[in-house]
Design a protein around this ligand. Structure first.
Ligand SMILES: [Zn+2]
Length: 461
């Protein structure tokens, strides 16, 4: 109480009308992306938040003016210490929550064998609500801990536990898309569904999520991939997406054998992308995971439909799928975000995925393309964009999140490289851009001191 009494409340008369009583502000360094090549590093800034949204972004010199304008009292000023800085929350555009128990396991088989031996048996367990609850709590807590403020989740075919995942996301305060998976053909006998049940359960799921009327959670139509859904089901799923105006997620061109199998299953279609296009699944709210073997024509189709790609480099390496040519996708105008693809990828951390995106891009840059040109490897600022604003754009959430523009939701991380408990030694004076580099290469969840979603603290060390 002493501190409340002792602090000077600035412009109390305007505080309620200008943003309620929950306003706060941060003073110190922040980093965010304005575009793919436009990383803004501010050493002495102010970011003010009212009602969960960013209401002012200014320089430290204008601290009092900002506080006065938005009625933020001194007790709600947060001064960042040396070694700390703010960044926008990470966006994981592709993650399978039910596969989390398998993270780091079973990378002795490529995609199709891996699905049969490890993934389908694990996903089949989610008919059990108690099991689902335990795992889904662990996934959401862990991803938040690494700073994933927005996640695009695959659940399983089970409608009841897909709803459990959505409830757990809301309980922990994460922003997410959640999808009930559809698989009506080429599935194991113990894990699959009829077309009728697949559609009925999808309608039930979408209505259940929409009826929560919570801005943090959205349903997403989730045909697993073209191998496990027939054309009729995919067309009807596209109709459901249209009817409710919701997003769609699936996999595309992850692995050579998968691409070959899809061509055999759909001889009438020109390509893998054409299968989805024929089904009406390529929309401006569609996110396609992997895209390792997309042809130039397929990229054109994806651009024409304004669909996006989730780049999953840890998974592409672990399952020996291949290397996605991200630079080419970006140059052609495809929106790209990053995905952990748990458990094709081993880590639930987008920090880990940023490192992998840099590494595979450097490996790719040693090779020459058809016209004997080498491509430029991705730079750290570009990978940071993919992890934040790029992911937001890929999910069509960039009007809400992705950077620190006025009017956006305050989804943010306080990063700390001040020593213990984080395992990063900063032994010489570093500026904020250098600290960001240290964080991306050496940091982990111990360096994510605080996580905000929509202005609410969802993790604090
Ligand atoms: Zn996946």
């Amino acid at each position: 109480m002493a501190s409340v009494k002792g602090s000077k409340v600035i412009a109390p008369a305007r505080s309620v009308s200008a943003g309620g009583t929950d306003g706060f502000l941060y003073v110190g360094p922040y980093v965010h992306s304005i575009g793919l090549n436009d990383l803004q590093v501010i050493e002495e800034g102010v970011i003010a938040v009212t009602n969960g949204k960013i209401c002012a972004v200014d320089s430290k010199d204008n601290l009092n003016r900002v506080a006065e304008k938005f009625g933020i009292s001194e007790q709600n000023f947060h001064f960042l210490d040396n070694g700390e800085f703010l960044i926008p929350g990470f966006v994981d555009t592709h993650i399978h929550a039910p596969q989390y128990p398998n993270a780091g396991l079973g990378y002795d088989k490529p995609l199709l064998g891996w699905l049969d031996h490890y993934t389908f048996p694990m996903e089949a367990k989610y008919s059990d609500e108690q099991f689902a609850e335990t795992i889904y709590n662990a996934v959401v807590k862990r991803t938040l801990s690494y700073g994933t403020t927005t996640a695009c989740y695959f659940a399983t075919i089970h409608v009841a536990t897909a709803i459990v995942l959505a409830d757990i996301v809301l309980k922990h305060g994460q922003r997410a898309f959640v999808g009930k998976v559809n698989m009506n053909v080429n599935h194991p006998s113990y894990y699959g569904e009829s077309s009728e049940n697949s559609l009925k359960d999808t309608e039930t799921f979408v209505n259940a999520i929409l009826s929560k009327k919570n801005d943090l959670i959205k349903p997403i139509i989730t045909p697993r991939f073209a191998i496990s859904c027939d054309m009729e089901l995919m067309k009807k799923l596209s109709d459901i997406a249209k009817k409710h105006d919701v997003h769609i997620q699936t996999h595309i061109s992850e692995n050579r054998d998968e691409v070959k199998y899809v061509a055999e299953l759909f001889p009438e279609c020109k390509s893998y992308a054409d299968v989805y296009d024929s089904a009406g699944l390529l929309t401006d709210k569609t996110i396609l995971a992997h895209g390792v073997y997309l042809t130039d024509d397929e990229i054109k189709t994806i651009v024409k439909r304004s669909s996006s790609v989730s780049h999953c480099p840890t998974s592409n390496s672990c399952l020996r799928s291949g290397i996605c040519h991200v630079r080419k996708l970006l140059q052609n105008g495809v929106q790209v975000g990053l995905g952990t693809d748990i458990s094709g990828g081993y880590s639930p951390s987008i920090i880990e995925v940023m490192k992998a995106a840099l590494a595979v891009s450097i490996d790719l840059s040693f090779e020459k393309d058809k016209s004997n040109q080498q491509t430029c490897a991705l730079e750290l600022k570009e990978v940071f964009y993919l992890a934040t604003l790029g992911g937001a754009r890929a999910l069509r959430l960039d009007n809400k999140i992705g950077n620190f523009e006025i009017g956006k939701e305050f989804d943010a991380l306080v990063v700390s490289l001040r020593g213990e408990p984080g395992g990063v030694d900063v032994l010489t004076p570093l500026n904020t851009l250098e600290l960001l580099q240290k964080f991306v290469y050496l940091g982990d969840d111990r360096n994510v001191k605080k996580v905000y979603v929509s202005g609410k603290i969802v993790k604090q060390i």
